[in-house]
Design a protein around this ligand. Structure first.
Ligand code: F6R
Length: 354
C-alpha cells in the first residue's frame, strides 16, 4: 500500500534514504577506503564504454558517462532507440552498459542484443533481479531500489546515479577518494534533510498560471535539468523543457518571458557555477521568475525569486540531491493541478514496444 502517502510517487520519493542505503550496503568500506561491487569482481577495466538507455535512465547514463570521462575512460551515452541508427563503431575492449530500471524496455533490450551480437562485453544496471536485461548481459549490477509502483521513476533514478558511481569506482583502478566515500555515507541523511525541509510545495504555488517551465544546468547538472523537465511534463502535463544552461542563448531564450519560470541548478562556487549564474542573469533580464536549486556556496540565490536548498556535499553527489528537490517540484505541481500522478495519461511503467 501507500503507507499513508497520497500517492506511490510521494511514498517512493520518501523511501530514498532507505533505497540508497540498500544500494550502498556492503559495497563501501569506509575504513579501508574501498568501493567494491562483489558481482563485478571479474569485470576488467574496458578501454571505452557505451551506455544505452531511455528516458530517465538515459539521464542516469549521461551522468555515468560524464563520471567515466572524468576518470579518463572514453564514454558516451546513447538513447537506446537511436543506437542502431547511430551505429557507433565498437572498438575492442568496449563495455556496453544498459541502464534500465525494469530490465524490460524494448529499445534498451534491442540495443543490448545488438551490442552482444557485435561481440561487445555487456553489463546491465537494473533494479529487477532476473529481468531480460540481467539475463541478456555478461554482467549485472543491481541497484536494489525495491519495487517502484509510480510510473514516474524517482527512487530508481537516484539509485541509478549511485549504481553509476559504484560502477565507475569499480572500473577506475585507483583507490576511491575519501571525500567521496564520506559523501556516500552522508547521502541518506542529506536526502532526508531535503525531504524534511523542502519548500517546493510553496514555491510551485506561485506558478499555477504559468505557460511553460524551463530547467537549466551545466555539466552533471545538465542531465538533472533534463530529468527535472521530464518528470514535470510527465505528471503535470504542462510544457517543460530542460536545457544545458549555456545553450539558452542559442535559441530557447526566445521563449523566456515573465510567464515562464526557470529552475536553475547551481552548486559549488567554481567556473560552472559562475557561468550558470550568468545564464540566470540572462533569463532574469527577460523578467522570468527564477528558482535556484543550490547548496549556497555561490551567490546564485541573490538572483533568484525562490531558493530550493540542498546540503553541501561532494560535487559528484550534488546532482542527486538537486534532483530530489525537482522531484518534489513536479509532484507538488501535479498535485495542485489535480493530475493522475501515479498513472499519467498515455504512459506505461514498462515500455515493451520499440
Ligand atoms: C520516466 C520514466 C521513463 C523510463 C524509461 C526507461 O519517469 O520512468 O522515462 O525511465 O521508460 O525505463 P527503464 O528504466 O525501465 O528502462
Amino acid at each position: 500500500g501507500k503507507s499513508g502517502y497520497d500517492h506511490f510517487m510521494l511514498k517512493e520519493i520518501h523511501e530514498q534514504p532507505t533505497s540508497l542505503r540498500q544500494c550502498l550496503s556492503g559495497r563501501v568500506d569506509e575504513l579501508a577506503g574501498h568501493i567494491t561491487v562483489e558481482e563485478l569482481t571479474d569485470l576488467e577495466t574496458p578501454r571505452s564504454v557505451q551506455f544505452v538507455a531511455c528516458g530517465t535512465s538515459y539521464h542516469a547514463a549521461m551522468y555515468a558517462a560524464a563520471l567515466l570521462r572524468d576518470g579518463g575512460i572514453p564514454a558516451t551515452a546513447y538513447l537506446a532507440s537511436e543506437y542502431a541508427t547511430a551505429n557507433p563503431p565498437i572498438p575492442d575492449d568496449t563495455l556496453v552498459v544498459g541502464i534500465t530500471q525494469s530490465g524490460e524496455t524494448a529499445d534498451t533490450m534491442s540495443a543490448l542484443r545488438d551490442a552482444n551480437s557485435r561481440g561487445a562485453e555487456t553489463l546491465a544496471l537494473t533494479n529487477v533481479v532476473g529481468s531480460s536485461a540481467a539475463r541478456e548481459c555478461d554482467h549485472v549490477l543491481y541497484i536494489r531500489a525495491g519495487p517502484e509502483i509510480g510510473v514516474a521513476a524517482t527512487k530508481t533514478f537516484s539509485s541509478q546515479l549511485i549504481g553509476a558511481t559504484l560502477l565507475v569506482e569499480n572500473l577506475l583502478e585507483e583507490t576511491a577518494d575519501r571525500e567521496l566515500i564520506g559523501a556516500l555515507r552522508d547521502l541518506p541523511s542529506n536526502v532526508q534533510a531535503i525531504l524534511d525541509n523542502s519548500n517546493a510545495e510553496a514555491v510551485v504555488d506561485d506558478f499555477l498560471e504559468s505557460n511553460a517551465f524551463f530547467f537549466i544546468g551545466r555539466g552533471t547538472h545538465f542531465p538533472v535539468a533534463l530529468e527535472g523537465a521530464l518528470k514535470f511534463k510527465e505528471i503535470t502535463y504542462e510544457h517543460a523543457e530542460g536545457f544545458a544552461a549555456g545553450e539558452l542563448k542559442h535559441g530557447p531564450l526566445a521563449l523566456v518571458t515573465e510567464h515562464t519560470p526557470v529552475f536553475a541548478v547551481v552548486t559549488g562556487n567554481g567556473e560552472n557555477a559562475h557561468k550558470t549564474i550568468s545564464n540566470i542573469k540572462e533569463v532574469e533580464a527577460r523578467d522570468a521568475p527564477v528558482v535556484v536549486v543550490t547548496d549556497g556556496q555561490s551567490d546564485a540565490a541573490r538572483y533568484a525569486d525562490a531558493v530550493l536548498e540542498i546540503p553541501e556535499t561532494h560535487e559528484q553527489m550534488a546532482p542527486l540531491l538537486a534532483n530530489v528537490q525537482l522531484q518534489l517540484v513536479a509532484y507538488h505541481m501535479a498535485n495542485r493541478l489535480g493530475r493522475s500522478i501515479d498513472k499519467p495519461r498515455n504512459l506505461a511503467k514498462s515500455v515493451t514496444v520499440e
